[in-house]
Design a protein around this ligand. Structure first.
Ligand code: NAP
Length: 524
């Protein structure tokens, strides 16, 4: 499959074909100079939304009945298509986001590897959590035969984020996990990278066709505003939503879903400030390396990472060298192109607002969607008095909170809201002396990190990229790693069914060779 920028149609993709009813139009923009990119994209009409959901609903039965091995082939075909089109994807994504080529090259690999990770999980098959309790007619009352496993939900709507045009977008983690679990997917493209979205959609459409899946398996819809997204979330045939983006957007979709006649789950992965605690032993022994590492981490990708370390707690009496070095790094920080005009504007407003309460190091920038690295500093009393200071500012800034004692640092930890990550930087002795800090942090976040910065998120089987509200809508799940598949499936029990009528996964002879719970003991 070859994709090329010349093939961009500026239209939605429904039932395997380009579709455009000429709704309200919008363009992508080059963040470097603010110039408008072609082609124009048209919002899907209400009829197109209905048609995308109707064909997805038709495809749902086929997907639910498909084998894990067949869906794995589909995921691998999409992954291969993405790898083969890497150059076109990188060029277009670079134009639409200003994210540098090395970062986008890494993101292509991450996106295809993520699809292959899910392919491996469903090929093996034990993820369905098959549980079998056999009958005992002699027991009084007689014990029935009950068998259960996870089954797909039906059409899933996915909203991608602006800051990961590939890995959290059209063929990103939510699409991969929803398809892997056996659900059709309808993606509402992020308007900041419409061309990249369309190229990826073309790859998925081809793979769906080539692997014999129904055309309703995948659709891509564009939206100049929020109407298409809202209509999708409210559509009675949609069964679940995966969202990656801002708190405001995620909360709006959660509220819409809750108000439906039949509410549905919204797995919203939202903003996070990712607290970092630097303990005295580390400040004494490696303050310079920590300051350099922290600066790199919170300015990486222009600070546009949901895992950016956005607030840092230090005990003041040990932090003089660290603070001086950090201020120096920030003062020399280069300028960054942010993803959209809106993100650049909100960043500027956020810094100005916090500047009223905190000391600011860094200068302002006015070119394109540019922003300067900024350090904000505040005392712990002022921090604890104003809840807004702990909210995310998306962009290259962090808030250094000066604590006057371990007790004050612990108080700040106890008052944290939900975040994706919490980081502790220290020596083993520090860690032993601050055991209570770890116990508090594990109640606040999805991932606790020791002696590394939180920005990188490994895609594997153990990863948890989630956390309590408001970091996500549901802290019991993750949007990264193979555990994410469980968001788009639900358990179904089958009682008293004869062998031939049971899914393969639940038949006595275990034809798929799965790990199963048989009368309370794990077997293969
Ligand atoms: P965003 O503005 O919330 O956009 C996400 C998507 O939702 C876009 O398609 C957006 O369309 C749509 N949307 C927003 N509000 C909506 C509403 N009220 N109704 C219907 N649709 C709505 O987020 P973003 O700017 O792309 O991404 C930045 C944010 O994402 C940051 O806060 C970052 O921390 C977070 N993020 C989180 C993760 C994670 O894994 N937790 C990963 C990456 C990013 P419009 O653009 O047209 O508004």
């Amino acid at each position: 499959m070859t994709v090329a920028v010349e093939k961009l149609r500026g239209s939605s993709w429904i039932a395997g074909v380009a579709s455009s009813s000429g709704g309200a139009s919008f363009h992508g923009y080059n963040p470097v100079d603010g110039s408008r990119l072609e082609p124009a994209y048209a919002s899907a009409s209400p009829a197109e939304v209905d048609s995308a959901v109707a064909v997805a609903e038709e495809a749902a039965g086929f997907l639910a009945a498909s084998s894990g091995k067949d869906r794995a082939k589909l995921l691998r075909a999409i992954a291969d298509g993405i790898d083969a089109a890497a150059e076109a994807l990188i060029v277009r994504a670079n134009l639409e986001t200003a994210l540098p080529r090395p970062r986008l090259t890494g993101e292509v690999g991450r996106t295809s590897n993520q699809l292959r990770l899910f392919a491996g999980v469903i090929e093996e098959g034990s993820w369905v959590n098959a549980r079998i309790d056999t009958a005992d007619p002699a027991r009084m009352p007689p014990k029935p035969d009950v068998r259960s496993m996870l089954r797909p939900l039906g059409p899933v709507v996915v909203f991608g984020a602006s800051n990961f045009p590939l890995a959290f977008s059209v063929a990103g983690g939510d699409t991969a996990s929803a398809l892997a679990a056996g659900n059709p997917v309808i993606v509402k493209a992020h308007p900041a990278h419409p061309g990249t979205s369309e190229l990826v959609a073309q790859i998925i459409v081809e793979a769906v066709k080539a692997n014999g899946f129904p055309a309703g398996t995948f659709a891509l819809l564009f939206d100049a505003g929020h109407e298409v997204g809202a209509k999708l979330v409210q559509h009675p045939a949609v069964r679940a939503v995966g969202f990656t983006g801002s708190f405001r957007g995620g909360r709006a979709l959660m509220d819409l879903a809750a108000k439906r006649e039949v509410p549905i789950p919204v797995y919203a992965e939202m903003g996070s400030t990712n607290p970092v605690f630097i303990l005295p032993g580390a400040l004494k022994t490696k303050s310079e390396a920590l300051a350099v590492g922290l600066h790199q981490s919170f300015t990486l990708g222009g600070g546009q990472f949901c895992t950016k370390p956005g607030m840092v707690f230090v005990e003041d009496q040990h932090a003089a060298d660290f603070t001086a070095k950090l201020r120096g790094s920030v003062a020399e920080s280069p300028s960054f192109s942010l993803l959209t005009e809106g993100i650049a504007r909100v960043y500027g407003e956020g810094i100005e607002e916090r500047g009223k309460l905190a000391t600011v190091t860094g200068t302002k920038s006015d070119e394109g969607f540019a922003a300067q690295g900024t350090l904000l500093e505040v005392g712990a009393d002022a921090f604890l008095a104003d809840k807004h200071l702990s909210e995310e500012v998306f962009g290259p800034t962090t808030l250094l909170v000066h604590c006057d004692s371990t007790e004050q640092m612990m108080r700040a930890a106890r008052e944290l809201e939900g975040h994706l990550t919490a980081t502790v930087l220290g020596t083993d002795e520090d860690l032993a002396a601050h055991g209570e800090l770890l116990r508090v942090l594990e109640t606040k976040v999805g991932r606790v990190i020791f002696n590394a910065f939180p920005t990188g998120v490994e895609v594997n089987h153990a990863m948890v990229h989630g956390g309590p509200y408001p970091a996500t809508s549901d802290g019991r799940s993750t949007s990264v790693g193979s555990l994410a598949i469980f968001r788009f499936a639900r358990p179904v029990a089958y009682q008293g069914l004869p062998q031939f009528a049971l899914p393969m996964e639940l038949r006595d002879e275990n034809p798929l060779g799965l790990h199963r719970l048989w009368n309370g003991s794990f077997e293969k």
